[in-house]
Design a protein around this ligand. Sequence first.
Ligand code: TYM
Length: 326
Amino acid sequence: MRIFSGIRPTGDIHLGNYLGAIKQWVDLQNQAEPIFCVVDMHAVTTPYDPKKLQGQVFELAIDYLAAGLDPDKCILFVQSHVKEHCELAWLLGTVTPMGELKRMTQFKDKSKQHPEYVNAGLFNYPVLMAADILLYKTDAVPIGKDQEQHVELTRAICRYFNNQFGPTLKEPKSMVPEAGAKIMSLTEPDKKMSKTGNPKGCIGVFEEPESIAKKIASAVTDTGREIKFDVKRKPGIANLLTINSLASQKPIEQLEAEFSGKSYSEFKKATAQALIDYLEPLRKKRKELLTREVYVNDILRKGASKSQTIASQTMREVKSAMGLEK
Ligand code: TYM
């Protein structure tokens, strides 16, 4: 089974990226044929600093390795190093209805966030994502809940293509984790945790322990006293229970029992500690990797070469099906 996924190099990865996506990747790398990508071509669709981009790409590759991706078990590369991504995106754009792109939640959200920067690249973003996935004849795409809509569109684009030009591409499915698919902001527990929201609501995977403890201590909860998993009535507590459960590897029911009759502040302290302990090995590994530039660049170079072998074969099939090549 081939899996493909990626993250935009737009700043430090947060707990949502880790629990929604990367944790699954690490778990899957022993059973699947995994390809993981730093999607830099997607990062240039919203305002960014060109002087910082190379550094952000490198740091995200380090984050992947620090989080547990093993270059002997998976292919790890940078999207812009394999030119076939953009080539396929152009061709897939010719079978993608504009109406479908207009419906995309991420396009609507980002257009609102940056009304001065609503470019055609942002509009076509999901077509490039479809190209990323379809280029590798991917079976499954491990992602958080917010990206499911894009994978649904990828499936539709795949069908449009195959109906028009004959069976060429493979229809992938989403892989969303049972717990952690949508980690919420600590300050606004009705919104997903994100790099662009209130920084106090977002915990970086490699953040200093003191800062993690502070953010959890001031997380928005409710005026009640009960530590119960109830997403509708107690979204803040439910979010903290999810985080604690994933970090401590204790089922939510066990945590509810353990903290029955205890205060929110006791529960928050324990949650912060569980999370700090859980992330500590990742933080250590990242520090060590930061000094190993040659090693990391070598992994990315080899990864691009392996990806390109697969990508160029698919491009031959696509171009031949479309009558662009013999
Ligand atoms: P991006 O960079 O926004 O997010 C990367 C991954 O993190 C997940 N995620 C979350 N999961 C749980 N809770 C949250 N609060 C949370 N926030 C983010 C996302 O679902 C995602 O899995 N378009 C993609 C990047 C992409 C891609 C691809 C993904 C480009 N090409 C091909 C898969 C396959 C994106 O913007 O993800």
